[in-house]
Design a protein around this ligand. Structure first.
Ligand code: AMP
Ligand code: MG
Length: 450
């Protein structure tokens, strides 16, 4: 999104450029390599209420007109327009009232010349009627005061052919393709499917993603605290991202830093569409993860030119049924794991769900705090994003940017992105921000919150 204040602060505070390490993979190259392992999954018949957000895998074709019959758009009187051509406030036309049609009724007989039928919104218009005069343009209210049945009505306005009548097929015609396969299933699409009488639709199924944590230091939340140990947070933050982006998460538990332990968890994990592991991919202790995964498939360890989340593993595991199951090996540091999942796991889910585009949307925002880039990697800085008094987006650091500091991640609404070859973006400059959470208030500034 372009903003009007884009060029404001660039003159004096030009970002400073330097060279980046070409040995490392760029985020884009890593993403391309990873995505080449994924394809859109098969489609299934999904009950309407479970289909929201999925990709439609069939054309929705109407078998009948909607509305199925001409019906009234107002509460009023169905008439022949010719009968009320001379009607006005001062010269009303009086017509005998010949019946009452409510929504859901079927008219018993055609409208005869020189008469009116009382009709409700959505009720079928009787044959012969070509207009509906709303109550407001009749003397209905005065007559209703009498309490008795209305046998005669005064029409105060000349109606024209078609007034306040919704013709059959006005919305959708029989045979028409209403929604094409490939689109996102929104509330509106679900409404259309229901109006076509469907209880389910063909949609690309959700990927099921196994999440395996590794590390001798990990306890599960709920376990009693122990010296030297920390709680396993990665499984839960990553499972939440899987669900947020449309997948189904299967949290498999903790593998210890041993071959047997990891192998036994992977046995079940390879039954799913994708395996995500965390930790064991940085220098020191990745050997177990690497050995187990290369023994049971193929794995590459990459350095990706990004901060956080430089170390990344990716490969494919052999499942007993012959499938090759993509494996994303996230770094162990809690923020690194989440940033890497946003950049690589999210687009993989989107490919499996049959969706594009793969990249997260960004906005331009003005920095309250500088973002530094020490070593030529793309920096994803955790920021809060808000709109200032004049409607410009601003981004402020949410605190400690260490890759283990999850606190600042919990407060972040976006990642401010310092390009690989820029050593710092000063406060007051504009920067691209990937929005993690776009709230319903359009990021309006909230003094209580800041
Ligand atoms: P590693 O990649 O195994 O060297 O782990 C890097 C850092 O991430 C270490 O400080 C680990 O304790 C931490 N870590 C690894 N796995 C998890 C996890 N599941 N939850 C929270 N922190 C973790
Ligand atoms: Mg470890």
């Amino acid at each position: 999104m372009m903003t009007t204040h884009e060029h404001r602060s660039h003159q004096h505070d030009r970002p400073h450029r330097h060279h980046y390490d070409e040995e490392m993979l760029s985020v884009e190259d890593a993403r391309d390599r990873i995505l080449s392992y994924f394809q859109s999954l098969d489609s299934v018949d999904v009950p309407l209420l479970d289909a929201l957000g999925l990709t439609l895998a069939e054309d929705l074709i109407a078998e009948f007109d909607i509305p199925p019959m001409a019906n009234s758009a107002m509460d009023g009187y169905a008439v022949k327009s010719a009968d009320v051509a001379s009607a006005s406030k001062f010269n009303p036309v009086l017509l005998p009232v010949d019946g009452y049609i409510a929504a859901g009724d079927v008219p018993e007989k055609p409208l005869s010349n020189g008469s009116a039928v009382r009709i409700m919104t959505g009720a079928p218009v009787p044959e012969g009627a070509d207009a509906v005069v709303p109550f407001e343009d009749t003397d209905e209210e005065e007559r209703r005061g009498d309490g008795g049945q209305i046998t005669e009505i005064g029409v105060n306005l000349n109606a024209e052919d078609g007034d306040n009548i919704r013709p059959a097929g006005e919305d959708i015609r029989a045979g028409e393709t209403v929604v094409k396969r490939g689109v996102d299933i929104t509330a509106g699409v679900i409404g259309v499917a229901a109006s076509l009488g469907k209880t389910s639709i063909e949609a690309i199924r959700r990927p099921v993603i196994a999440i395996v944590s590794t590390g001798d230091e990990l306890l599960e939340p709920g376990d009693e605290r122990q010296p030297g140990k920390i709680y396993n947070s990665n499984a839960y933050s990553i499972a939440a991202l899987v669900e947020k982006y449309g997948g189904i998460s299967r949290v498999m538990g903790i593998a210890r830093d041993s071959i047997e332990s990891l192998e036994s968890l992977l046995e079940e994990a390879v039954e799913y569409d994708m395996v995500v592991t965390s930790a064991g991919v940085s220098k020191g202790d990745y050997d177990v993860v690497k050995d187990v995964l290369s023994k049971n498939g193929e794995i590459a360890l990459w350095s990706v030119r990004m901060r956080p989340a430089k170390p990344l593993a990716f490969g494919a595991l052999n499942a007993p049924d012959g499938r090759k199951v993509p494996h994303l090996g996230l770094p162990g540091n809690p923020v690194s794991a989440m940033v890497a999942f946003e950049q690589f796991g999210r687009p993989a889910i989107r490919v499996m769900l049959g969706k594009a585009p793969l990249q997260k949307p960004t906005i331009r925002a003005t920095l309250d705090d500088a973002v530094y880039n020490h070593d030529g990697r793309r920096v994803y800085a955790r920021v809060d994003v808000y709109k200032d008094d004049v409607g410009n987006y601003r981004a402020r650091s949410t605190g400690n940017q260490s890759s283990g500091a999850l606190h600042s991640m919990a407060l972040a609404r976006g990642f401010a992105i310092c390009p690989d070859d820029v050593s710092s973006v000063p406060a007051g400059s504009d920067i691209d921000v990937e929005i993690l959470e776009w709230p319903d208030d359009d990021l309006l500034s909230d003094d209580a919150h800041h």
